[in-house]
Design a protein. Structure first.
Length: 369
């Protein structure tokens, strides 16, 4: 990777992390520089499994988990916004007539900024698994809409899978298409990424090498190529909060496009740069770091490390994935791992993420003195 002045530090911390069991394998994508003179590269290390795993390569597919929220659902909301099919201030009542009084006025903005009042997560899959597949989305929507709010909308932020499950349903209702179909039509096909960034709808998994995720007690097997998130799995592998799979290079290419839109530059995506800039701006929610579908660095202890500017944006995924974009320094870093293999009870990624980002920024010559 000649984009970096020195990759020895990155190589060292990746080897140490693999040896320490932080994850079996890792893919790191880095891009730096303005459009036209940008350099980019991918580093891969480790294996798809702890035991007898194939080597991680640039063709390995990772479960991107919650990177689905910004890279699929949020980008599709942006695309529909450009076409005038949705508006940020539109309430849930516009899309779901059955929304009860306490949720009728929750807006798409509230959902995108994680300030809706909805709880973070619920194990709905335990009930939905007993319902016929075609009825599950409606059953899930009913459960989310009728559950009590955790706090008053707009007063604080609680990161919520449930909000993005509803956003995915809004996208499907407005477009009349499945989330996976629309994602391919509006995002991956224009970017030339259809074969390397996708949802694995049940029964249609793409052939290829997948980094294994966890041993799932509920399913009774080690997962590879099916969504680690149980609520996503029970919906058939396609949901607004999880379900996306991709290679390191494909994720990097799409995140680069977000960087370019942020700076007002043209991309193949049918997204208005002004809207992209609004979505990447931290929202005025008390105590929150959230923008719209994206996170921003916390004042201290950010997973982006010490050298990304305060105006950066990114997102994390439960399986050990993340990306960060620094428009001021024209730097993009994508980190894909399978830290949940063989068990999700593995917190080592927390220390690794900022360490990795600091090493990359030093390698790019962008570390503040």
């Amino acid at each position: 990777m000649n984009i970096l002045h020195d990759i020895k530090e990155i190589e060292k911390i990746c080897r140490e992390a693999i040896t320490a069991g932080v994850f079996p394998g890792v893919g790191i994508g880095v891009a730096a520089g303005e459009k036209g003179v940008r350099k980019r590269g991918v580093i891969t290390r480790g294996t798809t499994r702890y035991k007898e795993g194939a080597a991680i390569t640039g063709q390995t597919f990772f479960d991107l988990a919650s990177l689905t929220k910004p890279l699929a659902t949020t980008l599709l909301v942006l695309s529909l916004l450009r076409d005038g099919l949705v508006g940020l201030e539109q309430p849930l009542a516009r899309f779901f007539k059955e929304a009860p009084a306490d949720k009728r006025d929750i807006s798409l903005r509230d959902l995108l900024s994680h300030s809706s009042g909805l709880t973070a997560h619920q194990p709905y899959y335990l009930e939905l698994g007993n319902i016929p597949q075609p009825e599950r989305i409606a059953a899930l929507r009913h459960r989310i809409l009728t559950a009590p709010l955790q706090y008053r909308t707009g007063t604080r932020a609680v990161y919520s899978d449930l909000g993005f499950l509803l956003l995915g349903m809004v996208v499907e209702q407005v477009s009349g298409q499945g989330l996976d179909e629309l994602f391919q039509e509006r995002i991956t096909r224009p970017m030339g990424l259809s074969e390397t960034l996708f949802f694995n709808r049940a029964g249609t998994a793409r052939p290829g090498t997948y980094a294994a995720t966890e041993f799932c007690p509920w399913r009774g097997r080690v997962l590879a190529g099916e969504a680690s998130d149980e609520n996503c799995f029970v919906l058939g592998g396609v949901a607004g909060h999880a379900g996306l799979f991709g290679t390191t290079g494909a994720a990097l290419t799409l995140v680069e496009a977000i960087h370019d839109l942020w700076l007002g530059e043209a991309t193949p995506l049918a997204i208005d740069p002004a809207d992209m800039q609004r979505f990447l701006t931290r929202q005025p929610v008390p105590g929150s770091t959230w923008a719209l579908g994206f996170d921003t660095p916390s004042a201290s202890g950010s997973t982006s490390g010490r050298f990304f500017s305060p105006h950066s944006a990114g997102h994390l995924g439960f399986t050990g994935t993340s990306f960060w974009i620094d428009p001021a320094q024209h730097a993009v870093v994508v980190l894909l791992t399978n830290r949940v293999h063989p068990s999700r009870e593995n917190p080592g990624i927390r220390a690794f993420r900022p360490q990795l980002h600091d090493a990359v920024m030093r390698g790019l010559g962008l570390a503040a003195q």
